[in-house]
Design a protein around this ligand. Structure first.
Ligand code: SAM
Length: 180
């Protein structure tokens, strides 16, 4: 089995946050966070929070009364995020595997995940777990990379075909995801 957490340790958190984050990921964190209502139907769970790029944006977006729990498989990423956002109030940090979430059924009103699903070998298990912890009618928001053909801004002649583009999926109710 692939040890994903080993790929997100050592110097990776700092490199990810200072180089890849601003260059690639933060704009999509802003996009994903703004799709979330300030007052979702319940508490909010973030999966695969990494160095906290989306965590920061979601915390800014949410009403201060809404509970936010940020989780990641990698202790190194989580420790980096916790240190970086130590001044931000109202974030609970917790190590957690996306396929085995340490939370009860229907505990959250929203689950968010930025560029995390693609790292988990069993993707169905991620969505099964997300649906299990979501209350009926809860919100699931996630983004992953997709093919350039799916990008409405693509320009056939100028983009190399191997480029990818992010896709954001949102607004599924718990029941609809379970039926998919
Ligand atoms: C590309 S980073 C994304 C981090 C952050 N969400 C962002 O948008 O910047 C992917 C993250 O997924 C985490 N990850 C990989 N497998 C995981 C799993 N099974 N459960 C939870 N997190 C996982 C990694 O530790 C890493 O922090």
């Amino acid at each position: 089995m692939v040890d994903t957490s080993a790929n997100f340790s050592g110097s990776v958190p700092e490199y990810y946050d200072s180089c890849l984050g601003p260059a690639w990921f933060d704009a999509f964190a802003v996009d994903l966070a703004q799709r979330l209502p300030a007052k979702p139907p319940g508490d909010v769970l973030e999966i695969a929070c990494g160095t906290g790029l989306l965590t920061r944006r979601v915390r800014e977006r949410l009403d201060p009364t809404v509970r936010l729990v940020a989780t990641d498989l990698s202790k190194a990423m989580l420790d980096y995020a916790r240190g970086k956002l130590s001044d931000s109030k109202g974030i609970e940090w917790r190590e957690a595997d996306a396929v085995n979430l340490p939370f009860g059924d229907c505990e959250f009103g929203a689950v968010v995940c930025a560029f995390g699903v693609m790292f988990v070998p069993d993707k169905k298990a991620v969505f099964r777990e997300a649906c299990r912890v979501l209350e009926e009618g809860g919100i699931l928001l996630f983004n992953v990379w997709d093919s350039i053909d799916e990008n409405p801004q693509k320009c056939d002649s100028e983009f190399p075909t191997r480029c990818t583009t992010p896709r954001c999926c949102s607004g599924f109710s718990r029941r609809r995801i379970l039926e998919t």
